[in-house]
Design a protein around this ligand. Structure first.
Ligand SMILES: Cc1cc2nc3c(=O)[nH]c(=O)nc-3n(C[C@H](O)[C@H](O)[C@H](O)COP(=O)(O)OP(=O)(O)OC[C@H]3O[C@@H](n4cnc5c(N)ncnc54)[C@H](O)[C@@H]3O)c2cc1C
Length: 420
């Protein structure tokens, strides 16, 4: 058992990892618990789902990232509960006592009470989700090539993306490029360019967190790429053959869910007050009310910025919270108090295909190719490790010139998707 104060961090995502790194020189013993052995760069998962990048380009083993930080021990197991008063975390592999606890278990998809839709409309959160979506999209083209009748072919070449936020827009643009460019010469009986790609958004416009000007630009750019956009349209049902809308039906070969997220069940573990998205309502120092030594950060925490607006579920916000809590724990150990958490808005970015993006970063407002260049540099910069930066930069440069998508492999095909 450690004699130094024991900091247990739940989750090796953006928030948890940043917190551990910030405590790199502190005289504490840190335990990171994550149910997967890797840290995933979620902003580029859609490129794995659409075969532009491979899983290893966007994910790194957590213990490798922290291999030089001697005060950290990493355990791969799933958290199942927290006893705040008893200062204990329960996992599938036993329990861990803590002096300080940092809960950074992120978010999961929300199907708004229709959890069964997840079986047919996968969301994008983990590497497994990305490879499942990739398999589902590529298998649809394969099955369309085998289909004997026009109706079946039409259905299999229809791709529906539910949710017009950045992930939905990025997926729609990337699928359009796969169909119209990458695969255009690969088949004999079908023409992938005939594919129908439909982006469905319940609100009045896509990219609602961006300005109307950029939202409109994204709509026009996607439309020029052949994406149909249905706004103010609610999905009322999802099944293995498509989606139901209010008063309409779209048969589809693959459906991707990008419509909502919900915090991990930390509020339940902690019996804490939560907001509508299940996020734990924390104090201004990100601690749990009544528990000075338990902190909740990142997508799992509900906290307001200086203007009273909720801090968004974004990677920079999670990193800022992780860094803040790391420093606060360090200060507490030195007998000092820390200032309240202050969120610094680092802007919003979204790509539309491989040569356009919108960027809103204070005075930096970009769209089109300039936006895409900015987006690319930022994403390569934030990737972990020189190898990944190099591989991703070269892949993007090559893809900019030629449109290939090298990771077009269909692996682990479930029996119902095997061609008959
Ligand atoms: C597809 C997609 C695209 C995105 N694009 C962008 C973008 O372009 N820009 C941006 O800023 N943000 C983007 N985001 C949001 C950003 O990724 C999140 O805000 C950020 O990851 C939150 O960090 P976090 O540390 O709170 O959680 P995460 O990074 O999600 O980490 C949570 C960790 O907790 C672990 N965990 C969860 N439950 C358990 C459990 N029970 N037991 C053990 N471990 C557990 C998980 O395995 C994971 O490693 C995107 C998110 C998604 C899903």
């Amino acid at each position: 058992m450690p004699t130094r104060p024991h900091v247990v961090i739940l989750g090796g995502g953006f928030g948890g990892l940043e917190c551990a790194k910030t405590l790199g020189r502190a005289d504490v013993a840190i335990t990171i618990i994550d149910r997967q052995n890797y840290h995933c760069f979620q902003p580029l998962l859609y490129q794995v789902a659409t075969a532009a990048l491979s899983p290893a380009d966007v994910a790194w083993p957590i213990r490798h990232i922290l291999r030089r930080q001697k005060n950290v021990t990493v355990f791969m197991t799933e958290v199942t509960g927290i006893d705040g008063s008893g200062r204990t975390v329960s996992t599938k592999s036993g329990s861990f006592r803590f002096d300080f606890l940092v809960v950074a278990t992120g978010a999961i998809h929300s199907y708004f009470g229709h959890d069964s839709w997840s079986l047919v409309a996968p969301g994008l959160k983990r590497i497994e989700d990305a490879t499942r979506i990739r398999r589902s999209i590529l298998s649809s083209f394969e099955q369309a090539e085998l289909a004997e009748d026009e109706a079946a072919r039409g259905r299999l070449l229809t791709f529906v993306i539910v949710g017009g936020g950045p992930t939905g827009v990025e997926m729609a643009g990337a699928i359009a490029e796969v169909a119209r460019q990458t695969l255009k010469r690969d088949f004999r009986r079908i023409d992938p360019r005939d594919s129908r790609i439909v982006l469905i958004e319940a609100g009045p416009r896509i990219l609602p967190v961006f300005s109307e000007r950029h939202s409109d630009y994204a709509r026009k750019t996607l439309a020029a790429m052949g994406v149909e956009i249905l706004t103010a349209t609610r999905v009322t049902g999802c099944d293995a053959r498509g989606v139901d809308l209010e008063g309409a039906r779209i048969d589809a070969g693959a459906v991707v869910w990008a419509a909502g997220v919900m915090a991990s069940p930390a509020a339940t573990w902690l019996a804490a007050e939560q907001d509508r998205a299940g996020r734990v309502i924390v104090r201004s120092d990100l601690s749990l009310p009544g528990h000075d030594d338990i902190f909740v950060i990142g997508d799992t925490a509900a906290v307001a910025d200086a203007a009273g607006r909720p801090v968004p579920g974004l990677a920079p916000a999670a990193k800022q919270m992780g860094r803040y809590v790391g420093r606060l724990i360090g200060a507490r150990l030195d007998g000092r108090k820390g200032p309240p958490f202050r969120y610094r808005n680092e802007g919003a970015l979204a790509t539309i295909g491989r040569r356009a993006a919108v960027v809103e970063l204070g005075p930096i407002q970009l769209k089109g190719f300039a936006g895409w260049l900015f987006w690319s540099v930022v994403h390569v910069y934030f990737l972990i490790g020189l190898r990944n930066r190099f591989v991703v930069a070269v892949t993007w440069f090559w893809s900019y010139l030629t449109f290939p998508r090298g990771a077009r492999l269909i692996t682990e095909v479930p029996p119902e998707r095997l061609p008959r």
